[in-house]
Design a protein around this ligand. Structure first.
Ligand SMILES: [Cu+2]
Length: 172
């Protein structure tokens, strides 16, 4: 008799576990994206959609943003996000403060059908070869309003003009 109860109970327990796991997966699932940008890099600029080369990029604190990056140039380019240049052998090499250091970023991409979708924390920069494409998605941190920068630290690129202001604004 006791055994019969167990055979009834076990599937019930399994189903409850599955529901709980299912809902926790949903909680971390896709979030609603507020803004989508296309950010192109080339010699020697960053450019949002069909805007001006190196025009300031404006993001709103608290917004979920999805940025599609593409290197449309002929050289490898880097995209660092931060402020306060750190020099190494007279070349800008890093930022003192990285914009995305403590921000959860979803990185999506992959060419030739080998797609990936990973979550990372501590992203400092992207390095894109010509024609490379990648998508970053993150929530613009509330505590990071102010002026930041996007810069390419491939030797001589920053000096050639490859940097843009990144303005994080707060709206009510
Ligand atoms: Cu570059």
């Amino acid at each position: 008799m006791r055994r019969k109860w167990m055979t009834l109970l076990l599937p019930t327990i399994l189903i409850i576990c599955m529901v709980v796991i299912g809902s926790s997966v949903n909680a971390h699932g896709p979030k609603k994206v507020d803004v989508k940008l296309r950010l192109l890099s080339g010699e020697f600029f960053f450019m949002v959609d069909d805007g001006q080369e190196n025009a300031p990029i404006i993001l709103k604190a608290g917004e979920r943003v999805q940025i599609y990056f593409e290197n449309i140039g002929f050289e490898n380019h880097m995209i660092h996000f931060g402020r306060g240049l750190v020099y190494e052998l007279d070349q800008p090499d890093a930022y003192e403060e990285d914009f995305l250091m403590d921000v959860g970023v979803q990185v999506k991409g992959g060419d030739l059908g080998m797609g990936f979708d990973i979550d990372v924390v501590g992203l400092t920069h992207l390095a894109l070869r010509p024609e490379a494409r990648i998508v970053l998605e993150f929530t613009v941190p509330q505590g990071k309003a102010g002026e930041w920068e996007l810069g390419c630290f491939v030797p001589k690129h920053y000096e050639a003009g490859m940097h843009s202001v990144l303005n994080v604004i707060v709206t009510e």
